[in-house]
Design a protein around this ligand. Structure first.
Ligand code: PA5
Length: 356
């Protein structure tokens, strides 16, 4: 049994995750009540944000893909597309409110006369949203951006619901199930085996490839990013069916790497063709002798499944950090890069364009 030391490593991350479902629900409810433009006024929607503030956009866009009557585009760069205009709603998310790509994208959206809304805990983005009285959700401060995901995801989901892109309220049965899953994931210093901790024990010295499909595709990306930032380790995310047309080949025919592992993110209601793809990949990976993990979301709805596997991956990444004896919280090199870019003036330029 993998045991967790009574060490302080990870404590703040575990604390931030303690209210995971409550955070999602409260942010969703608050954002759903915002005075966003009514559906007939909006032809397309752009979500923009980077890193821990951008993944919520991928999650909402993937969940809304089945229901949204309007195109949703996720921008993780400095500029919104040229077709963005007065009939586009652009929702910017930046936990710090100071990320230069996001501020620049907002500046371009404003210059192209788009309707703008936003999510931030402060910074230049919040100053703009407040000053211009734009629809906005304020996240509480003092978390790492990625640890604020339930709030940022919930707020964006609430806004998406408000503008008619889909329904993102938690199903009651899913909520009960997710509460139980959450209890299981939380750290226990002694006693029963924990699935996420046990998996961390098997993965912490490897380079895992996380595989998912459909609305769970961004969840695989989240696992990869959380392993990168929290556990300070390399990880890959591969998306089906696309990965069957390229990444499958080295699993079958490539030379063995020293520390491979594959994690499949599955759901109880996956269509037959998806199951066939996972089964085939599992056989290929088993033939290679690489360790294979399969995690199945038992929730009934796509939203419940996403939250279930998000929680699992987030806890797994913090357990993995602890087992690697690294502090999951600081990501100093990202801060260093931001400081270096600040000297080059693009964030300053974006703030000037926004008048903040
Ligand atoms: O997790 C992190 O700390 C990063 O991925 C940040 O989210 C990213 O750098 C963007 O910063 P912010 O979330 O403040 O806009």
């Amino acid at each position: 049994m993998t045991k967790l030391d009574a060490a302080p490593l990870g404590t703040d991350m575990f604390e931030a995750m303690a209210s995971y479902l409550k955070d999602y629900k409260e942010a969703h409810a608050a954002a759903r009540a915002l005075p966003l433009p009514a559906p007939p006024e909006v032809d397309h929607v752009v979500f923009t944000g980077m890193g821990g503030s951008g993944i919520g956009a991928d999650l909402v866009a993937a969940l809304a893909a089945a229901t949204s009557p309007r195109p949703i585009v996720v921008v993780k760069d400095y500029q919104v597309p040229p077709w963005v205009g007065p009939r586009t709603l652009v929702v910017a998310t930046s936990y710090s409110g100071n990320t230069e790509e996001t501020l620049s994208a907002v500046a371009s959206a404003r210059e192209q006369k788009a309707r703008v809304a936003g999510i931030a805990s402060g910074g230049a983005l919040w100053t703009l949203l407040e000053r211009e009285k734009l629809p906005r959700y304020r996240a509480p401060p003092d978390r790492q951006p990625r640890a604020a995901l339930p709030l940022l995801f919930g707020a964006l989901a609430g806004m998406a619901e408000r503008v008619g892109l889909g329904s993102f309220a938690l199903d009651e049965k899913d909520e009960n199930h997710l509460h139980n899953v959450h209890v299981q994931l939380q750290p226990k210093l002694s006693g029963t085996e924990d699935t996420a901790l046990a998996m961390a024990g098997r993965l912490h010295n490897r380079q895992p490839t996380i595989v998912a499909e459909g609305h769970l595709a961004p969840v695989a990306v989240r696992w990869k990013c959380q392993l990168n930032e929290n556990a300070k380790m390399f990880a890959r995310a591969e998306i089906l069916p696309e990965a069957n047309h390229n990444d499958l080949v080295p699993w079958a025919e490539g030379k063995s790497g020293p520390a491979e592992a594959v994690v499949l993110l599955r759901r109880r209601d996956e269509p037959g063709h998806v199951a066939a793809r996972f089964d085939f990949l599992s056989q290929v990976v088993a033939g290679r002798g690489a360790p294979l993990e399969s995690v199945e979301a038992k929730s009934r709805t796509p939203l419940g499944q996403s939250l279930e596997l998000l929680m699992t991956g987030d806890y797994l990444s913090v357990y993995t950090a602890v087992l690697r004896h690294v502090d999951p919280t600081p990501v100093d090199v990202i801060g260093e890069l931001k400081k270096r870019l600040e000297r080059d003036g693009l964030a300053r330029d974006a703030r000037r364009r926004l008048g903040v």
